[in-house]
Design a protein around this ligand. Structure first.
Ligand SMILES: [Zn+2]
Length: 264
């Protein structure tokens, strides 16, 4: 029972092996903080993630981050994954209605940006707690408690973050194997970079990624849930710091590009 409370009582939570990258709450298996190394609060995860993401224009960073060297699952495997997720949350997916149509439109837009159209299933389900995860690498599961209150752009960022996990499957497997909480936090920040960059490439405001996280935090606080009790995820202040610095980096490279073109 305690394990279940721990698993559900967090906004942004535990690492689950690569097939099931999970954020914003999950009820399925995973590793809780006790299993991770004690150096989780060592400084530098933000620097490490920024170095890994590197500098340059949005397109250059996209070339490095959106690698496409990711596993593609057959329609049969995806159908099995949907059925398994449905059973795990004891809910059927919502496949019609205003909210579904809004989420589906945003989901398809993000998939298109990442060249994954038709390769990932959307599973929207009824649950009051904000939850999002990439289940078995091929099902983007979202709770109504997350999808409903967020704006289109905030939801775009959350979906892009989840999709981002598929770019770091090897790193996640390695970090999980060695129970390296710091490496997991760096991976989470890199998924945040994917989210921020996705907003930028879609001509949306990149800062809305952080606002989405803050709003989820507020919803959880209202429901009496704490933010992050798992060392495998960065806390909101660390994510804010990363977000601000990464956006600044994108903006300065843009200014640099403008300066160069005006000198030509
Ligand atoms: Zn994540």
């Amino acid at each position: 029972m305690l394990a279940r409370i721990l698993l559900t009582a967090t906004l942004s939570l535990q690492f689950i092996p690569p097939a099931i990258a999970s954020d914003f709450g999950a009820d399925d298996g995973g590793v809780t903080q006790g299993a991770y190394k004690a150096d989780a609060n060592a400084p530098g995860a933000v620097e490490q993630a920024l170095t890994a993401v590197g500098a340059g224009s949005a397109d250059e960073i996209k070339g490095r981050l959106f690698t496409y060297s990711i596993t593609v699952f057959s329609p049969e495997v995806r159908a099995q994954a949907v059925a398994a997720f449905s059973a795990s949350v004891d809910q059927r997916g919502i496949t019609q209605g205003k909210l579904f149509r809004r989420v589906e439109k945003i989901f398809n837009c993000v998939l298109q940006l990442h060249a994954r159209s038709g390769k990932i299933e959307l599973f929207l389900y009824q649950h009051e707690i904000p939850k999002a995860m990439l289940w078995r690498g091929c099902v983007l599961a979202l709770s109504t408690g997350l999808a409903d209150p967020l704006s289109d752009d905030e939801l775009t960022a959350i979906i892009a973050h989840e999709l981002g996990h598929s770019y770091f499957e090897d790193e996640m497997a390695s970090a999980n194997l060695t129970k390296d909480a710091r490496a997991m936090r760096v991976i989470e920040l890199k998924c945040d970079a994917v989210a921020i960059l996705s907003l930028k490439l879609l001509d949306r405001n990149p800062a809305l990624h952080l606002r989405g996280l803050q709003r989820i935090g507020e919803i959880n606080r209202r429901k009496g849930r704490s933010y992050s009790i798992f060392q495998s995820h960065p806390d909101l202040s660390e994510r804010a710091q990363f977000s601000q610095r990464f956006i600044h980096l994108l903006q300065s490279s843009e200014v640099g590009l403008l300066d160069n073109s005006s000198r030509k």
